[in-house]
Design a protein around this ligand. Structure first.
Ligand code: PEP
Ligand code: MN
Length: 285
């Protein structure tokens, strides 16, 4: 006989088999990144370059996105590139730049950690640890970041189901770190006109199944800067608690992901439009 699902907890229990969802609870939580909280009424905008390239690039971009009301600065120092011959990031030098710009602007920073051996050094300079799509199922890495006291931005694996995504979050939560934000960043489908297929239906589903804040990355989700504003607005309308977007002071000169990066003026305009969308759904930017 089928059991009727009446509560969200029952839905979670039936969705995730074997009652392994010990860390996932129905009550929503907020995640604190320095003095910014994700998961409240305000939709939190994270912006910055794909990769930290130079002090000039980082400062110019950070000052501008802050002026447009971004709350957290992004920038990769360790970059997971498809080709080993592509720019791999500035490593510790990049982390130091992020930290310096964070202090100068007052924006907390999120940056990717790709390997357990990098955790200590990334924790020294960053306010939030990003686990990239390619590492969503790197279980030793998930467990180790679960032992830190830094909030974690967990990106959905490009071929991960919702259940696998939630189980990856569970790896972090199970180690004691409860400060996890889920990020939908597009999945691989048969469609090739966009870099990935941004699965916005993941937003209401994840918010229903878990208590964790959910944000969206329309930059990697589409791979096309001209499409980013449309999908960013759609993500906010769908209930996202935040957005992470690539912004570059000179997108055409970017060493990484320039084709999907917004220029400074485009970002400023988008922030104005997002404010109106957020207000229409009872939120703020
Ligand atoms: C990034 O945010 O720069 C990145 C590499 O994203 P993803 O892991 O989603 O591809
Ligand atoms: Mn990128």
């Amino acid at each position: 006989m089928e059991t009727k699902i009446s509560t969200d907890q029952e839905l979670i229990d039936c969705f995730i088999p074997m009652k392994e969802n010990r860390g996932i609870k129905p009550e929503p939580i907020q995640v604190w990144v320095s003095d910014v909280h994700i998961g409240g009424r305000e939709v939190i905008i994270i912006a910055g370059p794909c990769a930290v390239e130079s002090m000039e690039q980082l400062v110019e971009t950070a000052v501008s996105v802050k002026k447009s009301n971004a709350k957290i600065l992004r920038g990769g120092a360790f970059k997971p590139r498809s080709s080993p011959y592509s720019f791999q990031g500035l490593g510790e030098e990049g982390l130091k730049m992020l930290h310096e710009v964070s202090i100068k602007t007052g924006l907390p920073v999120v940056t990717e950690v790709m390997d357990t051996r990098q955790i200590e050094i990334v924790c020294r300079y960053a306010d939030m640890l990003q686990i990239g799509s390619r590492n969503m199922q790197n279980y030793p890495l998930l467990k180790e970041v679960g032992k830190t006291n830094k909030p974690v931005l967990l990106k959905r694996g490009m071929m991960a189901t919702i259940e696998e995504f939630l189980m990856a979050a569970e790896y972090i939560l199970s180690q004691g770190n409860k400060q996890v934000v889920l990020c939908e960043r597009g999945i691989r489908t048969f469609e090739t006109s966009t870099r990935n297929t941004l699965d916005l239906s993941a937003v209401p589903m994840l918010k229903r199944l878990s208590h964790l804040p959910v944000i969206v990355d329309p930059s990697h989700g589409t791979g096309l800067s001209w499409m980013v504003p449309s999908m960013a607005k759609a993500a906010v309308a769908a209930g996202a608690d935040g957005l992470i977007m690539e912004v570059h002071y000179k997108p055409e000169e970017a060493l990484c992901d320039g084709q999907q990066s917004l220029g400074l003026h485009e970002f400023t305009q988008l922030m104005k439009d997002l404010k109106r969308v957020a207000q229409a759904v009872g939120r703020d930017v």
